[in-house]
Design a protein around this ligand. Structure first.
Ligand code: OGA
Ligand code: NI
Length: 407
């Protein structure tokens, strides 16, 4: 059967195209963009010239090696190849790093049960409004499962290059399991110092063949996905309560019915100040649950400063994505974040994006319960197919959610 045209569009993007600066996962330069609600400004434009033939050839050679950044790092370079170098004008316009000891809220869910549900709901929702990001400890997922998930991710990436090559591809349509370096390699202004193994089910409504997952991480990843889907559903219940909705309301948006698990590997970088591990962006997901090791490097843009998300052993980091920001009519915040490169490493991080499924027939937009005459909807309605196609195919000049704004 011929896939519908939006699917072709999405897939052709994933194979070849780039969205410009903003919003799509991993494609924003993160400079000069305020995500403080109501003060969103256009990013300063970066170099839009076509890549030179030399650059394209260099990208191709890197891609065809199928060895990723890890393969480069293993050769012990003292400098990074030019394809990874962030333009100097972008570096000089960057926001400063928050000097104070400011951090996102840490929510301790110890003693979580039906009696404490409303308390956690309030705490979590406040953090999601104010910061868009928070860390959770005592969330109920065993520490050894978290540690094993980090361990098997590292083991996958640290296998011989030949063992990983069969998984290396850029065809997210044909494959639910994709290993590559920089999903937007040919499109971005500069490549990031990162490789990724991902399982993506937003096109398949959560379906995938476990046998496609590399054996080295299969058993742990399956267990982890199962636990995270359940935790995600619970968090949605708490956010629903915190927003004054029926407990099952956000769950009805089918946020966890399509997801992506990305197993990122950020090798130590010989010139970390010249590149990034992941460009600034806001997630298009409903929400994201991220597991990171103790190396650090994740930062969020808060009040025009980059704030570090300091790793906490056993914690999971949650953030609100653009889809839930819209559903909440901007009550909840989706904020820009990025990963800086470090001279220490590797760093492992594993975000689980709850994207919903592109096959959903529901209409999305601000929930009626959260709008009124005094608080009218800011966004129009759309299907998830339209939403995802837009985010995955647009060259964006501005904050992506603006495309769905009324007026
Ligand atoms: C992402 C992301 C952060 C990290 O993949 O969208 O924000 O720490 N990752 O890897
Ligand atoms: Ni992200």
């Amino acid at each position: 059967m011929k896939p519908p045209s939006w699917l072709n569009l999405v897939c052709s993007f994933l194979n070849t195209k780039k969205p410009k600066e903003n919003n799509t996962k991993g494609v924003n330069n993160g400079t000069q963009i305020s995500k403080d609600r109501g003060t969103e400004t256009k990013p300063t434009s970066t170099d839009e010239t076509q890549p030179s033939n030399d650059r394209i050839n260099e990208l191709k050679a890197f891609d065809e090696s199928k060895a990723g950044v890890k393969g480069l790092a293993d050769t012990g370079p003292t400098t990074i190849p030019s394809i990874f170098i962030r333009p100097p004008e972008e570096r000089s316009k960057d926001y400063s790093i928050c000097p104070k000891n400011i951090s996102v809220p840490v929510i301790d869910m110890k003693g979580r049960d039906i009696r404490t549900r409303d308390i956690f709901a309030k705490e979590l929702t406040e953090a999601a409004k104010e910061w868009g990001f928070f860390q959770v400890v005592n969330h109920g997922i065993p520490l050894d499962l978290l540690q094993n998930m980090i361990k098997v991710t590292q083991m996958f990436h640290e296998q011989d290059a030949d063992a990983k090559k069969p998984y290396y591809n850029r065809d997210y349509h044909a494959n639910t399991v994709v290993y590559n370096s920089n999903h937007d390699l040919y499109a971005s202004n500069y490549a990031n110092w990162r490789d990724t193994l991902s399982i993506n089910t937003l096109f398949t409504g959560g379906q995938f063949n476990p046998q496609d997952v590399p054996p080295i991480c299969r058993e742990v990843a399956l267990k982890y996905i199962d636990e995270l889907t359940k935790l995600g559903d619970y968090i949605l219940t708490l956010l629903s309560i915190g927003l004054g909705l029926k407990p099952e309301r956000l769950g009805q948006l089918e946020c966890t019915s399509g997801w992506s698990l990305c197993c990122h590997y950020y090798p130590a970088c010989p010139q970390p100040q010249l590149t990034l591990g992941l460009n600034g962006h806001a997630d298009m997901s409903f929400f994201t649950i991220l597991l990171q090791d103790q190396i650090g490097g994740l930062q969020i843009l808060h009040k025009n400063q980059w704030v570090n998300i300091t790793p906490i052993e056993g914690a999971l980091t949650f953030n609100i994505g653009d889809a839930l920001r819209i559903a909440s009519n901007d009550i909840l915040s989706s904020v820009f974040h990025r990963v800086i490169s470090r001279s220490v490493g590797p760093r492992i991080s594993i975000p689980f994006f709850c994207n919903g499924t592109i096959a959903s027939t529901q209409m999305y937009g601000p929930l009626k319960e959260l709008t009124s005459k005094e608080n009218p909807p800011i966004y129009r309605e759309f299907t998830l197919a339209e939403f995802m196609t837009f985010f995955l195919t647009s060259k964006l000049d501005d904050v992506g959610v603006n495309h769905f704004k009324l007026e």
